[in-house]
Design a protein around this ligand. Structure first.
Ligand SMILES: *[C@@H]1O[C@H](CO)[C@@H](O)[C@H](O)[C@H]1NC(C)=O
Ligand SMILES: *[C@@H]1O[C@H](CO)[C@@H](O)[C@H](O)[C@H]1NC(C)=O
Ligand SMILES: *[C@@H]1O[C@H](CO)[C@@H](O)[C@H](O)[C@H]1NC(C)=O
Length: 677
């Protein structure tokens, strides 16, 4: 087998193929080459386009299939008559197969091919090669003279344009092949003609022994760079560019994870852009800390600079080049780099443009797309879920990446290749991907390791003092990490709960100290404490038998979230200790009470109108206040020294007649819910 690349390094004069006609230069190139071979009677030549073609088999298979087709020249076939539809009726009818000629790939003996390309002498380079061959084919005399057939059933050539539904991948041990399921053939030369390049890219992740079922990603080993065993001083200099373009929950933790990346600060520049005033204080604190932490440089473009996202992203590229960075590591605010090795891993995999695949936890939303619609938006590829779920691991060429990616210097330095974030009015990431696809530049996304997760930043209530409290259902794991007591699950798992301060009164760690302070601050910020009077317009009937100075969750718009918390975190505890009881986790009244010596300082004995009640201490006895506690009168049993974030749980209506003990100093806050009232 002899491989000859034609035209490499020569100037292309064949027109802009993506915009219409062209390619005549290919005919001339082929003729020049065949001049040296046309007297060799045993030579079979396969001509193929190159940049949008993948070979899935070798010479032997090609020759066998060629011989079986019993033609001197075999062209690939397609389903549309291009570029001159007026030739349609001149084409022979095909009962079962693609009818029209595609000139991206053909096979024939050297002498015949030479005659074929020499028919009219040199052709104008910008004339159309497919039109040239089509005109010969539709002329019956010429067709017979040259012995031309079309490979209508894709035994050798599969042209993908318009035919995506005809093909699928067949995973066999040792190799992955493309199958044309209509004709039951296994084509060898796979051509992403016209706009089918995205599909070709997706298929080529598997074809030609790139990825097999039993061995996984074989192409992933290519081109790796040693990053883990080299001296800090030899590590690439990376510009870490952080973009906070919208109100983002759990940003504090996301930033901490960036700061904790296992990479020497002396090899990193930091660039931060934010358009969100809400995050202003957090971000300037963070950049201040970063400045002390020893990064090579720290640049913070704040919302006051009024720089739009598109331009900020371009600015990061410019700054990266200005400091002679080796790579740009772009990280959006909703990205949590749980794996501190992420940056090193991306450098190690060493692709020009490489995204790290991560998802919103438990959801299919991720940092890449497997396919795009014809107008450039999200479409789901057949392998999307397999990749997202980690059932297939590899480095995937994909049509869109976002959120977290590394771009190497070689790309940034090339004006043609550096990311361009502007395309119509598209979002910056969609624009970047669209522009890359238009230039046939490959973007990769990797899921060989775990890198982290995304938070869901939809419906983020920036107008709240501590909006993250509201994201209990939307970002459950992150919420738990910040707001749930670190011992909650341990306590839930214990076979017997050992904290039983009074009969049938249980005591659990439920909330973190951060939850307690954020909730108190939220209530004080809201400030509309009730007067502790019997008349109360907030409740139905307007009369409160045992009034306290309090604020209801409904007043701060937290009732739904509080109910969710009861259902997810309190109900399981209640059902565990009150055996055989199934809780609805229903509550009309969930509220924070404030006790002060100068205000209301105690609560007289009463029954709660609940099946059971929880009462959570929100601040620290002996430090924030003195006194306080609950006394269960029937048992003459008091719980004092309540613990921050711990919930007391006791039966409501009948047995647990109780009172709130006097707070003698400071301010005491408790969170109360009357459950299953
Ligand atoms: C920023 O730092 C100041 C001073 O340390 C601190 O008081 C403030 O709470 C911080 N703000 C945020 C949002 O982290
Ligand atoms: C609690 O128990 C479950 C199942 O028995 C287990 O998967 C989980 O790891 C435990 N959690 C803790 C914090 O012990
Ligand atoms: C209730 O308990 C307190 C302290 O434990 C004790 O001094 C008091 O005598 C008890 N009262 C009754 C009625 O048992």
């Amino acid at each position: 087998v002899h491989l000859q690349v034609l035209g490499m390094g020569q100037e292309w004069e064949g027109g802009v193929m993506a915009e219409g006609l062209g390619g005549g230069q290919k005919i001339n190139l082929l003729r020049e080459e065949l001049k040296h071979h046309n007297h060799n009677p045993n030579l079979v030549v396969l001509f193929s386009d190159s940049y949008d073609v993948v070979f899935t088999g070798g010479a032997e298979e090609l020759l066998q299939k060629y011989q079986k087709l019993k033609a001197r020249v075999v062209f690939g076939a397609e389903t549309s008559c291009w570029p001159d539809p007026s030739l349609t009726d001149l084409y022979p009818r095909v009962s079962y197969g693609y009818r029209f000629l595609n000139s991206g790939g053909f096979m024939g003996d050297a002498a015949t091919l030479y005659d074929l390309v020499s028919l009219n002498g040199p052709v104008p380079p910008a004339s159309d090669d497919q039109l040239y061959y089509s005109k010969i084919f539709v002329d019956q005399k010429l067709r017979e003279k040259f012995g031309i057939k079309l490979d209508s059933q894709c035994k050798i050539f599969q042209n993908l344009n318009h035919n995506s539904a005809d093909v699928s991948l067949k995973f066999k041990s040792g190799d992955t092949r493309l199958v044309n399921t209509v004709f039951q053939t296994r084509p060898v030369v796979i051509h992403g003609n016209g706009p089918s390049k995205v599909l070709l890219t997706s298929l080529s992740n598997y074809l030609a022994k790139s990825w097999t079922m039993d061995e996984g990603c074989l192409s992933c080993a290519e081109g790796k760079k040693d990053i883990f065993n080299i001296d800090d001083s030899e590590l690439p200099v990376v510009m870490v560019a952080v973009f906070v373009e919208t109100g983002t929950p759990f940003l504090e933790e996301a930033l901490q994870k960036i700061a904790r990346l296992d990479y020497p600060k002396t090899r990193m520049h930091l660039f931060l852009h934010s358009q969100v005033p809400k995050h202003g204080a957090l971000l300037s604190n963070w950049t201040k800390a970063a400045t002390k932490a020893g990064y090579l440089s720290v640049t913070h473009v704040t919302h006051d600079d009024k720089l739009k996202e598109w331009h900020a992203r371009a600015r990061a590229v410019t700054e990266c080049l200005a400091v002679a960075c080796d790579a740009l590591f772009s990280v959006d605010g909703d990205v949590h780099l749980d794996n501190p090795d992420t940056l090193k891993l991306l450098l190690h995999h060493n692709r020009p443009i490489l995204g790290a695949i991560m998802t919103r936890l438990g959801r299919a939303w991720s940092t890449f797309w497997g396919a795009v619609t014809h107008d450039g938006f999200y479409a789901r590829s057949t392998d999307y879920m397999e990749i997202v779920n980690g059932n297939r691991r590899g480095i995937w060429a994909v049509p869109y990446i976002s959120g977290v990616y590394l771009i190497q210097k070689s790309v940034l330095e090339d004006e043609e290749l550096r990311p361009n974030y502007i395309h119509n009015l598209f979002d910056a990431d969609i624009a970047m991907a669209t522009n890359y696809r238009a230039k046939d530049v490959l973007m990769y996304a990797v899921n060989l390791e775990h890198y982290g997760h995304l938070v869901d930043n939809a419906l983020y209530p920036v107008d709240k003092l501590h909006p993250d409290l509201w994201h209990v259902a939307m970002n459950r794991e992150d919420w738990e990490a910040r707001y749930l007591h670190p011992d909650y699950y341990k306590a839930l798992n214990l076979s017997t709960l050992n904290e039983l301060p009074c009969p049938d009164v249980y005591w659990f760690p439920v909330f973190s100290e951060r939850f307690c302070t954020d909730l108190i601050e939220t209530m004080e910020d809201y400030g509309e404490w009730s007067g502790g009077k019997n008349t109360d317009e907030r409740i139905s009937g307007g009369y409160e038998n045992v009034p306290t100075v309090d604020i209801h969750m409904t007043q701060i718009g937290f009732q739904q979230e509080a109910l969710w918390i009861l259902k997810e975190y309190i109900k399981p505890l209640a059902e565990k200790v009150y055996l055989g009881y199934t809780s609805d986790a229903r509550a009309d009244l969930i509220f924070v009470v404030r006790y002060r010596p100068t205000e209301q300082s105690f609560l007289r004995p009463h029954h709660d109108s609940s099946t059971y009640t929880i009462n959570v201490g929100l601040n620290r006895p002996g430090i924030d206040y003195e006194g306080g506690g609950a006394r269960f009168i029937r048992y003459n049993c008091s719980v004092v020294d309540t613990r921050m974030g711990w919930a007391l749980m006791h039966p409501g209506r009948l047995t647990h007649y109780h009172e709130g003990l006097q707070t003698t100093k400071g301010t005491r806050y408790i969170l109360v819910a009357f459950i299953d009232n």
